[in-house]
Write a protein that binds this ligand. Structure first.
Ligand SMILES: *Cc1c(COP(=O)(O)O)cnc(C)c1O
Length: 371
């Protein structure tokens, strides 16, 4: 072969047999066909599937006790893919405290094609009375963002079954290690893997996991493969790498989350603490039945309104003032100013993502910032 040909073809090991303990990152966008035109390697084109994404999807499905998973390029696309799989004119029952990005998505992208009611899902009677002729989906988010409301997935799953509705659960705040909505009767679980699953604030991703491979799931898989909002092989590699430490990280996030909640609850400057692990949380008993621990997310209301809340998030030294959550580093944010002028989030609300630093250092930092 001439140098030009060699430069392109030398070292291309199409049949890797190095028996890696850690799977390699398969960057190839396309895969060799067999003589008969088939794909005995199992992959054809990387948007449709690739080894890293298949490995991630298998891990996510197994962790959530589901039948299959679809990985997406962000949490928002994961949710959007389910909304896109619904017939136009369908009615969705969504939570009033829905993650603001989804609320925005439904109110803008889907405003002419889907009908949505945002209701208080901690009240089962309100859910029942919201069901209409064209209702197809109940979307719950538990714990919710940013008020840490808990919805009773088992009770809502019963209503969904009785009325032949799909139940989907945004389980991002819990991660697959603290609750498994499919085991509680949900049909679909959604995660922003940007958060706890990724865990290091360095990769965007999202996922849907299904209880059964049914007609709806086929549509979702189509939206993923033909729509093409898929994560890169490197993103999938990072997420799978992160998943290896997820159970241990969630224990430490939960321990720090509870310790911060208990500390803040006793602080003079704090009006309220929202954390499902507190006995005083209005849905603590439900949280105890459906979660194995309560995670690292909490919100507080501080005395002195928006001005004081903004002073505090600027006064911290160890916490990073930034949005997002679930990373090893602790984050703090004035939530209302992130969500914009039409938000219903209280102006004196501060949202905290407890990271994995030592709890004494975290408490010391909040103590000096609140003083
Ligand atoms: C961040 C988040 C999302 C959206 O995920 P992205 O990865 O940012 O697109 C959805 N739901 C919840 C609860 C979130 O925290």
């Amino acid at each position: 072969m001439k140098p030009e040909t060699l430069a392109i073809h030398a070292g291309n090991l199409y049949k890797i047999s190095t028996k890696d303990v850690t799977p390699p990152i398969n960057l190839s966008t396309t895969f060799l066909r067999d003589e008969d035109g088939g794909y005995s390697g199992g992959h054809m084109y990387s948007r449709v599937s690739n080894p890293n994404r298949s490995a991630l999807e298998k891990a996510l499905a197994d962790l959530e006790k589901g039948a299959d998973a679809c990985a997406f390029s962000s949490g928002n696309t994961a949710g959007m893919s389910l909304f896109q799989a619904l017939k136009p004119g369908s009615h969705i029952i969504a939570p009033d405290d829905m993650y603001w990005g989804f609320k925005k998505q439904l109110q803008t992208i889907f405003k002419d094609t889907l009908e949505i009611d945002f209701i208080d899902q901690t009240d089962i009677a309100v859910i029942k009375s919201s069901i209409k002729e064209n209702t197809v989906l109940i979307w719950v988010e538990t714990p919710s963002n940013p008020l840490l409301k808990i919805t009773d997935v088992t009770a809502i799953a019963k209503i969904a079954k009785e009325n032949n509705l799909i139940l989907a659960c945004d389980s991002t705040f819990a991660s697959p290690c603290l609750q498994n909505p499919i085991s509680l009767g949900a049909d679909i679980v959604m995660h922003s893997s940007t958060k706890y699953i990724g865990g290091h604030s360095d990769v965007l991703g999202g996922a849907l996991i299904t209880a059964t491979k049914n007609e709806l799931w086929e549509k979702i898989r189509n939206v993923q493969q033909i729509g093409g909002a898929v994560p890169s092989p490197f993103d999938c590699y990072l997420l799978l790498r992160s998943i290896k430490t997820l159970p241990y990280r969630m224990r430490a996030h939960s321990a720090n989350g509870l310790a911060l909640a208990l500390y803040l609850q006793k602080h003079d400057q704090v009006e309220a603490v929202f954390y499902p692990g507190l006995r005083e949380h209005p849905q603590h008993e439900i949280a105890k039945t459906q979660m194995s621990d309560f995670g690292g997310m909490l919100s507080i209301l501080v005395k002195g309104g928006a001005a004081e809340a903004r002073r505090i998030v600027n006064a911290v030294k160890l916490f990073a003032q930034a949005t997002s959550l679930g990373g090893v580093e602790s984050l703090i944010e004035h939530r209302a100013s992130i969500e914009g002028p039409d938000t219903k989030t209280p102006q004196n609300l501060i949202r905290i993502s407890a990271g994995l630093e030592h709890i004494d250092d975290l408490i010391d930092d909040l103590k000096q910032a609140l003083a």
